[in-house]
Ligand binder design. Sequence first.
Ligand code: HEM
Length: 179
Amino acid sequence: MKGIVFTEFLELVEDKFGLEMVDRIISSSDLKSNGIYTSIGTYSFSEMLQLLQHLSANTGISIDDLLLVYAEHFFSVIETSYPGLLATYKDPIEMLSSIENHIHIEVRKIYPDAELPIFIVENKTENSLTMIYKSSRAMHHFGLGLMNKTFQHFNSSAKIVLEKIKSDGTEVRFLITKN
Ligand code: HEM
């Protein structure tokens, strides 16, 4: 997992819960990096999972809710860092249906070792989209947060239903309907 995912996460934790919480979740985790991340480095996903688990245990907020809020923050990082990529699109459904065959392809050119999910478009109309998410990281709520923000970015909104295909969340169906 890319360092930027860790650095932005710990900044958000500091912002919302304070530096003590950052120290607490780092020191209670077993981290090969020792909790020292650079935005250009690459670190094991198990480090992110431990940080999330300890933050969840200390705040009582579920990992899914933490990932949802984090994704909403991460979207503003994307807006600042990759404005050109977003400017390619004028419609949220067009953008979301292009993650797999355009957006994440571009991401992989920048970060060849990025760990990205697979999205399969099942059905697409002007106002709706059904997509399957597949990833061993089960970060579907990170996806959900980015989807919500994608609609906001285009001054739009949507109803997004998440249906688990595998109970461990490694395969999920998103049913998206524009409001
Ligand atoms: C992961 C970039 C749009 C879903 C990532 C990562 C980057 C990235 C850098 C981390 C990879 C790693 O740490 O190894 C971008 C950029 C986007 C974009 C630049 C737009 C210009 C989206 C959108 C979605 C999405 C709109 C909505 C569903 C995800 C998910 C992950 C991810 C769910 C977590 C990894 C996993 O589940 O396996 N993306 N992304 N991305 N992205 Fe995107």
